[in-house]
Ligand binder design. Structure first.
Ligand code: HAM
Length: 419
């Protein structure tokens, strides 16, 4: 193989040692989703590029810099999905979910793609799980999504979590805030970082969460969106916070939290751990996304979590997913007939959920016993031509050295005792 071949930049193999983390996270997410009545949906990895351009927003970093775009031979413009909310809303309308009892609750778990500069916690292919509640505007749902997200992390035993929350208003009140923010920032244009100079024209709200020290200083004196919310947005946000307080969920009000996607209205939030990998989960309400992608207004709220980031935090907090069960039995075979019979037996074991290790590629008994020893396996089944013909098998206890001859017919029953 050409030694130059490596995974593409910012993408990694999910190695066998990492799968238990993925599986654990998936299991916890699935359990919580099912309990709360969410149904799983998986949308395609590729979508029409315009869905994200409109849905996520033309002026966002995701659309401007981070999309993996391609053109098919048929001339269609597609993109690797950078996020899951716009596709879920697309699916809601495409499949007539409007006719179902509302809200429609959906969850997903899969890979997403953003052409970002790779660094800790930032990859070009990463996995997300997401919860989306579509079709209702009640603030109780915002709080419930937050509660579910925190439950996932708590079930995973992650500690030191911070929930930051804000309201970014809606299409009535946000323009007033934007105007006042832009006028404040224009007066301080020279002090902004080059990125924010560009953002001022295209997406001024993003300047609020710029990490550059110069911008942070300017932003710290800027007008705050909470002072500009209209009555109904104010009322909505008040209710969300009241419910969180009732649930004793601690939160930090962060007037500068705006998030990197244009579709949000009202509630936005992020959950972080103390490890510096970026936010673990982010989400919010997106009542306008249905309209933005050319359909109807659809009140909705949701969130998504980064699986690799959560895995990193688990590793750093020394949380290990449950170890996989290791077989206690090794099946050794000698000779062609025994090899064939072993293949047959293995299927019987699988059907009866008996974990067993084997090494069909080896012919020598010694080599197979050595392997069983190496894997610390106590019981070895030994099958030779004679045993096959007599419909029997040897069971050897490697600890005591004792062995006995079992009838193949009774084997499963005997092994279940060991299991
Ligand atoms: P997001 O904040 O862009 O929101 O991504 C959600 C989570 O995905 C982040 O908190 C982070 O854990 C993970 N993530 C994002 N980008 C990367 C990356 N480059 N490398 C590793 N992990 C990453 C959304 O995607 C929205 N769709 C969430 C949402 C659902 N809002 C409403 N419903």
């Amino acid at each position: 193989m050409n030694p130059k071949y490596q995974t593409p930049r910012g993408m990694s193999d999910i190695l066998p040692e990492d799968w238990p983390f993925f599986e654990k996270i998936l299991r916890v997410v699935e359990e919580i989703a099912k309990f709360y009545g969410f149904k799983r949906i998986e949308t395609p990895i590729l979508e029409e590029r315009a869905l994200f351009e409109r849905g996520v927003g033309l002026s966002t970093d995701i659309v401007q810099k981070e999309m993996f775009n391609l053109r098919t031979k048929g001339g269609d413009y597609l993109s690797l999905r950078p996020e899951g909310t716009a596709p879920v809303v697309r699916a809601y309308f495409q499949h007539g979910f409007k006719e179902l009892p509302q809200p429609v609750k959906l969850w997903y778990f899969g890979p997403f793609f953003r052409y970002e500069r790779p660094q800790a916690g930032r990859k070009r292919q990463f996995w997300q799980f997401g919860f989306e509640v579509l079709g209702e505007a009640n603030p109780a749902l915002d709080a419930q999504i937050i509660q579910m997200c925190l439950s996932v992390l708590k079930e995973l035993k992650i500690e030191n979590l911070t929930l930051r929350i804000n309201s970014i208003g809606n299409s009535f009140c946000r323009p007033y805030y934007k105007k006042s923010l832009v006028s404040y920032l224009k007066k301080r244009f020279a002090g902004l970082c080059p990125d924010c100079k560009r953002r001022l024209k295209q997406n001024p709200l993003r300047i609020l969460d710029c990490k550059d020290e110069r911008c942070r200083q300017i932003v710290s004196q800027a007008p705050q969106i909470l002072d500009y919310l209209c009555e109904s947005c104010k009322e909505h946000f008040k209710k969300v916070l009241e419910i969180l307080e009732y649930l004793e969920i601690p939160f930090q009000l962060d007037p500068y939290l705006v998030r990197g996607l244009d579709y949000y209205t009202r509630t936005v939030f992020e959950i972080e751990a103390k490890e510096e990998v970026g936010s673990l989960i982010g989400g919010g309400r997106y009542d306008l996304l249905g309209k933005i992608i050319g359909r109807e207004e659809l009140p909705a709220v949701g969130a998504a979590g980064g699986v690799e980031r959560i895995m990193e935090v688990m590793k750093s907090q020394k949380i290990s997913p449950k170890k996989e069960k290791w077989p206690k039995i090794f099946l050794a075979q000698i000779g062609d007939l025994a090899k064939k019979e072993a293949l047959k037996l293995l299927e019987e074991f699988r059907k009866n959920k008996i974990l067993v290790l084997e090494s069909l590629g080896k012919d020598s008994l010694r080599a197979q016993l050595r392997l069983a020893e190496k894997y610390n396996i106590r019981y070895v089944l030994i099958l030779g031509q004679k045993e096959v013909l007599e419909k029997k098998i040897i069971l050897k206890d490697m600890k005591t050295g004792k062995q006995k001859l079992l009838k193949l017919k009774r084997l499963i029953k005997e092994l279940k005792k060991i299991k």
